[in-house]
Design a protein around this ligand. Structure first.
Ligand SMILES: [Zn+2]
Length: 357
């Protein structure tokens, strides 16, 4: 759109300069037609060559003499990612194809387009931070498909099978999110950030320093708007018997004393800035909320504990580690009309959205 407006503004200036005399008007008209054809012809050829997504490209990045034949090396389609599969095989994929597979695996395709776009940019940013860098776990690949190391991954065939009769719609929807954000990443002081994300927050995201101990300026805690109406299983419960609790907890913390009544095992939790459990004393031992989360497979570290003779019950809110972008929060913001850049800037403090270095 921006390019068309630019052309019109130029024409206007030229028309103004050549208004003296009728013959000059004719000359000007001829010049104008010539000029228009010069500008518009390559534009038309270019617009006709691609998909419906070029309109979403940021203006200024597409020169008018862009040729259809050679792929743009700065575009996702012109970059190659080496992806190590579960069986160790390394696939070389164009970045846009790889991102499609990540987004299809990481976020429900039913989400709003702007949320899918935010997720795509987060995934591209993660990938950018790994490309051209030696990763210890997979020295021959930029990324892998193990979610404990890199990002989730699903093939188009597997995704289509999961989506059933929505397959065609969702396939196109994710492709559109990738195309609409082509080569854009999240930058802090000019470098791609650690674009961490999680499923849903309990009102606020958690400052990185509170979860991982290292202060990351752009991973500060912020409000997150999703609630029980937006998120399936927003509130969840886990109950374990006293015997189960004892054996699991004592295996991890053998120094703990769980000899008294279960009501006496738990101290008053220290809460983090998001209202989650930073730490709690259990059987005389200080335990992080995130450690209890792992030990008893809680959906998040935002929980309360009820202890009694019938067992230990954790009542949990939200899902995930709580740092960075909340996916359901992103979807709620998108429903409120926010674009992907606004969503990303909401969750990652002080960042810019810009071309991949
Ligand atoms: Zn990996």
């Amino acid at each position: 759109m921006g390019e068309k407006q630019k052309v019109k503004r130029n024409d206007w200036k030229i028309a103004e300069k050549t208004t003296s005399g009728t013959s000059m008007k004719q000359v000007a008209a001829t010049a104008l037609i010539l000029l228009l054809s010069l500008f518009l012809l390559p534009l038309l050829i270019f617009r006709g060559s691609g998909g419906p997504d070029e309109a979403a490209q940021p203006t200024g990045t597409l020169p008018l003499d862009h040729t259809v034949v050679s792929p743009d090396p700065t575009a996702d389609s012109g970059r190659t990612v080496r992806v190590q599969m579960g069986d160790g095989e390394v696939l070389s994929l164009p970045l846009d194809k790889y991102l499609w597979r990540v987004v299809a695996a990481e976020m429900p395709a039913s989400f709003e387009p702007a949320a899918l776009e935010a997720q795509t940019v987060a995934a591209r940013t993660y990938t950018a931070s790994k490309m051209g860098r030696t990763v210890e776990n997979h020295p021959d690949a930029d990324v892998c498909t193990d979610i404990n190391c890199c990002q989730a991954y699903i093939t188009p065939e597997e995704a289509a099978a999961n989506w059933g009769d929505k397959a065609e719609e969702y396939t196109a929807k994710i492709a559109a999110a990738v195309a609409a954000t082509d080569h854009m990443v999240i930058l802090y002081q000019g470098e791609p950030i650690q674009a961490v994300f999680f499923s849903s927050a309990a009102g606020r995201t958690v400052d990185a320093v509170e979860v991982w101990g290292n202060d990351v300026p752009y991973l500060a805690g912020v409000d997150s708007p999703e609630g029980e109406d937006d998120v399936p299983n927003y509130h969840s419960q886990v109950t374990v018997s006293l015997e189960e609790f004892k054996s699991a907890f004592l295996a991890a913390y053998p120094q703990a004393d769980l000899s008294g009544a279960p009501e006496s095992w738990f101290g008053v939790p220290e809460t983090n800035s998001a209202g989650g459990v930073a730490s709690v004393i259990v059987g005389g031992v200080v335990v992080k909320g995130s450690e209890l989360r792992t030990l008893f497979s809680l959906r998040s570290a935002n929980f309360t504990v009820a202890a009694g003779s019938e067992g230990i019950t954790f009542s949990v809110t939200g899902y995930g580690h709580g740092v960075g972008m909340s996916q359901y929060g992103a979807n709620t913001l998108a429903k409120e009309g926010k674009g992907y850049q606004e969503i990303l800037k909401w969750y990652y403090t002080g960042v810019e959205i810009g071309p991949m270095p």
